[in-house]
Design a protein around this ligand. Sequence first.
Ligand code: FES
Ligand SMILES: [Fe+2]
Length: 339
Amino acid sequence: MAEFPTECWYIAAESHALKQQPLARQVAGQHLVLFRDNQGQAAALFDRCPHRNVQLSRGKVRQGCIECPYHGFRFQADGTCSHVPSLQSHEKIPAALRAQAIPIREQQGYLWVWIGARAPEPHEQPFVLPHHEDPAWGHGYLQSTIGNSVANLIENFIDCPHTGYIHGGLFRSPASHLARTHVQAVADGVIIDIDEDNKTNSFLGRLIVPKGSKVTHQDRYIYPSTVQVAYGFGPKRQVTGYQICTPITAERTQVYVYVTWKLGLLNPVVAPLVQIFGKIILDQDVAILENQGEMIRAYGEMFSSVPADTANLWIQATRQRLQRGETPPERDKKVDFRL
Ligand code: FES
Ligand SMILES: [Fe+2]
């Protein structure tokens, strides 16, 4: 089996990162160069000059084309070679001299690239971030590079029992209460409903949850590499986080975090808090995932699981099935654990 799901869209960069000059990115092991043409449209090419194979990303953008740093050949967004400085005026650019273009979409603050042997079908579109255009919802972006696999990142993002330890005091305390979960494997992923008798004695809990409100919590894995974590605080307040993973290589992953919230009058206050606490929480996960990645690289991956790991085991099974082009079985199970 290939190392990663392919025939899918992955985020290559946040939109604002792509300015005047080219951007080198590795996505699912592929070296890509991103740049903007004269109209500001994003373009992606395989980052290897068809002339003598150096990286185009080391060159410059000139007149909306990427110019190779070695002999100055220029390539348009679709890979067409538009200029070869060494040619005389009566000579033509060889038709076979083309760079390989990669499908790219700029959407909701992200640059998505298509990684696959075939072109995307019209129904195959990048993941649409819910509520992004709704003024009642605020939103914020974070990202990080982590020396571990997409699979282990996904596990961390849906995993509740680590929160009291890795993020202790911030939104849970260790094994303090019972969580009843309902795990459902569906066509494109796994949904986990978590019902906890949470006393919200954490800092963030006290800040956001109206007194006496019921907290709802649902996590969802969406193929190939997105985790959605949705909290509801009473009938009107919601916070949802998306962790969207891009494999750089099998052992290195870029995670793009998008947080969106509907908290009424608190909305503008929450924006800086998401940046501050989002970064603290993400850095705590990064540190433990880096350490896990290091030990796995040293000794291989040998896991033992307990009932609280059920959702993750289902996610990995679903992901592998979908990666092989198979339909995962729909099933569901109730799992209780201490949280
Ligand atoms: S290697 Fe790119 S122009 Fe020669
Ligand atoms: Fe975490």
